[in-house]
Design a protein around this ligand. Structure first.
Ligand code: HEC
Length: 484
């Protein structure tokens, strides 16, 4: 028999509502979150012109406070009223004056503009716990969590950087959100170190055995982090040790730089006491690491290029920084005088990399023009020699730590060795099947390695021009079959 007491009647009514109504009345849809929903839309569509540098219309949107304050016309957001908020109206307007300006970019997607309208209707509020003065890019970065690297990759990893270990017995490869370590010459995967950066664009071992890694997530963030590959004991599975370079402070011992876009190049001074980095924010940073990288002191931030800094080198006497950039120049910076002393324009196309000989009397640069060029680092930017040989863009350059030998890597799928004095090619190393994006010498100078777009790593002996047989040739993608 059915009971008609108050409790049961109410319960039955609630049950009826629940059954009839797919969205129960008490489950209000979630309010729009400024930081999770709105800020990413602004970042994507507006920051290009409304960041702290460009401030188009005197409007800087990089903090919540500034976003609400508006530009020269005053507050563009009226809480509760999207129709009276220029910030929203300018996105959806049919008028000529739109944001982004019609000739400069696509309109904001309708569903994204609708989300912004909803946020304004709900009061245009900032999420609890965030400072209105906080940098929004930093707040967005904090909220982003890197994925855990797959045990077996589905696609070959792009090798953007390589570094031989200080004992010359293994090689570290930049993979997808991780570093992988391979023993030599048997090319066995021995360690995987998860990291925040999606890609490692440059790596260099420091005098204390720690590894500096420059990298980032394209267009999102960039970093220089210091890893201690032997700092902790990780879980071992099938002979591979897994280290957590995202959360474990014994593995990721120091973050030197947190930037808004990728860091692309690194250079360690010959005395091991200074480190420099450059990247998409066009700046070069120069640190004193005399007390180790964990006690690094940022000495200079240099903005000398008009576009991404792609390559960098330091003179052994710590007098000069040389740099290569997307602005089609190589430049020399006098560290002590804090001034630019030379601009080398001859490539007339993107310059991907630079290097210096041991006494800094000769600079080398490579680029999209397929050339290797040498020049005098001081004075009037005089070119010494210009040599071709590579049949495609030349991406990377490295100088032997022992001999007067330069190595280059190219889109023509080869690594080349050059006599640094005569500027003649001594060896063209075959075996890779795709663009070679990374090149590195072993610390003892006996081996050179190249890494390709298709995940391949080739290692060859430097000596004997006739010996082209690789010491090792393998695919550094975890989970892909190892080719010998
Ligand atoms: C390609 C560059 C560019 C982009 C991208 C851009 N704007 Fe603008 N914005 C401008 C320029 C230039 C002005 C100044 C001229 C004007 O007011 O029309 C301006 C002005 C404004 C103003 C008026 C500021 C004032 O007080 O005068 C608002 C509001 C605005 N933009 C909102 C936005 C929003 C919202 C977005 C993203 C959806 C955006 N803009 C994206 C270039 C841009």
């Amino acid at each position: 028999m059915r009971c008609f007491c108050v409790l049961c009647t109410v319960a039955a009514a609630v049950l009826a509502i629940l059954l009839l109504n797919p969205t129960p009345a008490f489950a209000q849809p979630k309010p729009v979150s400024f930081i999770n929903d709105v800020a990413p839309i602004i970042k994507e569509n507006c920051f290009a012109c409304h960041d702290a540098k460009k401030r188009s219309g005197k409007y800087d949107m990089t903090t919540f406070e500034k976003l609400m304050a508006g530009g020269s016309a005053g507050g563009p957001i009226t809480a509760g009223k999207p129709g009276e908020s220029d910030f929203h109206d300018l996105m959806i307007t049919k008028d000529e004056r739109r944001m982004p300006p019609r000739d400069k970019g696509e309109a904001v997607a309708a569903e994204k503009a609708a989300l912004i309208s909803k946020w304004i209707i709900e009061g245009a509020k900032l999420d609890a716990g965030i400072d209105a003065k906080a940098d929004l890019l930093k707040e967005l970065r904090i909220r982003w969590k890197p994925p855990t690297p797959a045990i077996a990759y589905k696609f070959p990893v792009v090798v953007n950087s390589l570094a031989f270990s200080p004992d010359n017995k293994s090689i570290v490869v930049g993979a997808h959100h991780e570093l992988t370590v391979w023993s030599l010459p048997d090319a066995k995967l021995t360690k995987r170190i998860a990291m925040r950066a999606e890609r490692a664009y440059a790596m260099v071992f420091l005098p204390d055995g720690k590894l500096a890694v420059a990298g980032g997530r394209p267009g999102q963030e960039g970093d220089v982090r210091i890893f201690d590959l032997g700092g902790a004991k990780g879980k071992t599975e099938n002979g591979v040790e897994f280290l957590d370079g995202v959360n474990d402070p014994k593995v990721m011992v120091k973050q030197l730089l947190d930037a808004d876009d990728s860091v692309l190049c690194l250079a360690l001074a010959a005395d091991g006491k200074h480190l420099a980095a450059g990247g998409c924010d066009r700046a070069i940073r120069y640190w004193d690491i005399t007390g180790g990288a964990t006690a690094a002191k940022l000495e200079q931030t240099i903005e000398n290029h008009a576009d991404w800094v792609l390559g960098i080198a330091l003179s052994a006497d710590n007098k000069f920084i040389v740099s290569a950039a997307r602005d089609k120049t190589a430049k020399v910076w006098d560290i002590k005088a804090k001034e630019s002393v030379m601009t080398f324009p001859d490539h007339q196309d993107v310059v991907y990399g630079v290097a210096l000989n041991a006494d800094a009397s000769v600079g080398y640069s490579i680029g999209k023009d397929k050339q290797l060029r040498s020049w005098k680092p001081g004075g009037d930017a005089k070119q010494i020699k210009n040599v071709g040989g590579h049949t495609d863009e030349v991406f990377k350059i490295a100088v032997s730590p022992k001999d007067a030998i330069v190595a280059t890597s190219s889109g023509d799928k080869t690594v080349r060795l050059w006599d640094a004095k005569a500027m003649t090619a001594t060896k063209t190393l075959p075996g890779l099947t795709d663009h070679v994006f990374a090149v590195a010498f072993s610390p003892d100078g006996t081996m050179v390695a190249g890494g390709s777009f298709a995940g391949e790593v080739g290692i060859w002996k430097v000596a004997d021009p006739k010996d082209l047989k690789p010491v090792a040739l393998f695919n550094a993608t975890p989970g892909l079959p190892v080719k010998k």
